[in-house]
Design a binder for this molecule. Structure first.
Ligand code: AMP
Length: 417
């Protein structure tokens, strides 16, 4: 047997998946974001020049694809994230109206070591607001997400982490301060030693507890901000407090990619275990220009990890009101001689918007059993007698009651039930 590729999964019951997507979509649309669809294939260069060549995503986790007959030199990959490609679409399509508030939903691909909540193919709900410098925009997007998780999903056990990375310049200056600090330390791990020279802020993501202990006294970026950044950082916190959004200031939250500056945030839940983050985002004020935009467009965005949201929803499934399933009608011909009639009847029901399952094979008893298992509320049974009389037996699967009606009246009878 050929099995699924490592780090991918089959979602056979999509009830929670749809519930998650639909609920997020409704919430985001209330804030006037619109849906866009973007390709899964993008050029490798897009991610190299946006996320940074030293990031894990670009240096280790890219799925680069080639076609067996492809002679083109362009290097193509399966997208690992949604921000860079949304910015690419903004620039390439010459979008003039800003802020451009859009969302997209789809699979992302990263060659990571698979474990619970971490897959090589996973789903993200991506939200971007391109062309807005106002710190209130950050406040509103964070609030939108917090309300989604607290009120719409009714998640209780989660934390919102916030940090402020300053402008690209302030962030770059801070890297030198941090480097000096790290050089005074004895015993940081080999990964941190490498990160110190390649992607220094990521030392804070180190999983080694000894390193984390050493970093307790590390300098905080918020103590190295210029006047305007300091003001924005204060405003961000004040507005969140006014809106009663609970958060913790987390000086170690850096969100490893090169394009981030100023506000960064992440929602985590201990219920998820090691892969605790289920949503993350931040500002990327210089990304549009660095991807070829004529004008600088301060921007921000967030990505919700659908697979992890589903894990959280599975745990509280009993408290969630799922959308009502429509009634299902099962058509049961007692003999293959009634199959043509069953096809006609099904065609009629479906044309009137009724959900219908038609059985064509097996003994009558067996078909009834299968109808029951599939959740049919009503069976429409046709035997030789009914075929001759132009009638159909209607069996209510909940009460067990049966009655015979004219086939011509079936739709109006079922609709009036
Ligand atoms: P990131 O783009 O890394 O900030 O990820 C945003 C969100 O996507 C995270 O908070 C996770 O919920 C989700 N995510 C990232 N990587 C994976 C993965 N390998 N498997 C499942 N979900 C992921």
């Amino acid at each position: 047997m050929i099995q699924k590729v490592r780090g991918t999964r089959d979602i056979l019951d999509t009830t929670l998946f749809h519930f998650a997507i639909t609920t997020i979509k409704k919430q985001i649309e209330l804030y006037h974001f619109t849906h866009i669809e973007l390709p899964i294939l993008e050029s490798v260069d897009l991610f190299k020049s946006s996320l940074g060549v030293e990031t894990d995503v670009v240096s280790k986790e890219m799925f680069v694809v080639t076609s067996s007959s492809d002679q083109e030199s362009e290097s193509i990959c399966l997208r690992p994230e949604g921000t860079a490609q949304t910015v690419r679409a903004f620039v390439e399509n010459g979008i003039q109206t800003v802020p451009w508030k859009v969302f997209s939903i789809g699979q992302m691909f990263r060659y990571e070591r698979p474990q619970k909540g971490r897959y090589r193919q996973f789903y993200q709900f991506n939200i971007e607001c391109i062309g807005s410098a106002a710190i209130e925009q950050d406040v509103q997007i964070i609030t939108m997400l917090d309300r989604l998780f607290a009120k719409k999903f009714r998640l209780e056990n989660y934390t919102l982490h916030i940090n402020f990375l300053g402008t690209q310049q302030e962030r770059a200056d801070f890297k030198s301060v941090l480097k000096i600090f790290l050089e005074t330390l004895q015993g940081i791990c080999d990964t941190c030693k490498i990160r110190k020279d390649t992607n220094i802020l990521r030392v804070f993501d180190c999983k080694n507890p000894d390193c984390q202990t050493l970093y307790v006294n590390a300098p905080h970026l918020i103590n190295h901000l210029g006047e305007q950044s300091q003001q924005e950082w204060n405003t961000l916190q004040e507005r969140l407090q006014e809106l009663s959004v609970s958060y913790i200031y987390n000086p170690r939250l850096v969100r490893g990619l090169d394009y981030y500056n100023k506000t960064v945030f992440e929602f985590t839940s201990p219920d998820l275990g090691a892969q605790s983050a289920f949503c993350g985002g931040g500002r990327y004020d210089t990304l549009v220009a660095s991807l070829g935009g004529k004008q600088d467009q301060p921007s921000l965005g967030a990505a919700i990890g659908i697979d992890r949201v589903m894990l959280l929803l599975e745990m509280i499934q009993n408290n969630i009101t799922m959308p009502h399933k429509p009634a299902l009608y099962a058509i049961i011909p007692l003999d293959p001689a009634q199959n043509p009639l069953a096809l006609q009847l099904a065609d009629e029901l479906i044309a009137h918007g009724l959900y219908t399952e038609t059985f064509f094979e097996g003994a009558a008893k067996n078909m009834m059993k299968r109808a029951n298992k599939s959740g049919a509320t009503t069976c429409l049974i046709i035997g030789e007698q009914e075929q001759q009389d132009g009638t159909v037996v209607i069996k209510d699967m909940i009460t067990g009651e049966q009655q015979i009606i004219k086939q011509n009246n079936a739709v109006s009878f079922l609709k009036g039930k």
